[in-house]
Design a protein around this ligand. Structure first.
Ligand code: GTB
Length: 216
């Protein structure tokens, strides 16, 4: 039996692939592991059956036999550890790739989430115009640092790894922010990720969910 992951039945991103099931789909595609997807509604996510899998009532989850995981970082790490293709064999390079996964989730993602949530939900608030430049500058700080580290390299540390996969899924959420235009190295990095066949398969699969839901 292939593992089963959960994803939004109706993603608010309208098929842009910004929800966190995308990073799990992409990881599974990179390692060539087939998987099933169970779509969940916002209401079902808060029901006991789903909360038993995910204490915070969110997606994604991952079920493989008796193993149940939540947190996209833990799921991608699990996939990367059990299959070839996402973590280097050499111990030090492997640790560095894992460091990039943590960096993506704990250093780069928080200001991006703050900004994108404000753009989605605070546009009509009195403080929005004043707060926006501050949120944008916090993201610019990370993009500048990342851009300097990346330089002309294709990937963050040698070969493509789970560190890149995690970083790119975090950065992709800025696609509609306009900020990526200011960082051509980052934009090119993201294009390299988008061009990977495994990314394309994962993206098309999540887009198909949105397309089917919008037809029904
Ligand atoms: N830290 C957890 C992880 O990495 O797995 C965070 C999981 C999480 O935030 N899941 C979100 C969720 O289930 C979906 S991805 N939310 C429902 C809830 O909390 O009730 C976050 C997300 C949602 C929408 C967009 N979008 O519209 O662009 C992007 C990202």
């Amino acid at each position: 039996m292939p593992p089963t992951i959960t994803a939004f039945e109706t993603s608010p991103d309208r098929g842009k692939g910004h929800a966190r099931d995308m990073r799990v789909r992409w990881a599974l595609e990179e390692v060539g592991q087939p998987y099933d997807v169970r779509l969940v509604s916002f209401a079902a996510m808060k029901e006991p059956a789903h909360v038993a899998l995910h204490p915070f009532g969110q997606i994604p989850t991952y079920e493989d036999g008796d193993l149940v995981l939540f947190e996209s970082g833990a799921i991608v790490f699990h996939i990367a550890e059990r299959h070839d293709g996402l973590l280097p064999k050499h111990a030090d390079a492997r640790s560095r790739a894992i460091a990039w996964m943590f960096a993506a989730l704990s250093t780069v993602e928080p200001p991006i989430v703050e900004l994108t949530m404000a753009m989605l939900f605070e546009r009509d608030r009195s403080w929005y115009a004043e707060r926006l430049p501050m949120l944008q500058d916090r993201v610019r700080t990370r993009l500048g640092e990342l851009s300097r580290r990346l330089g002309k390299a294709d990937w963050l540390d040698g070969a493509f790894s789970a560190g890149d996969l995690m970083m790119m899924t975090v950065l992709r959420r800025l696609n509609t922010s306009g900020l990526l235009d200011e960082y051509p190295e980052i934009a090119a990095y993201l294009s390299r990720g988008d061009a990977r066949p495994a990314f394309r398969r994962a993206f098309e699969a999540q887009l198909a969910v949105f397309t089917a839901a919008s037809r029904s």
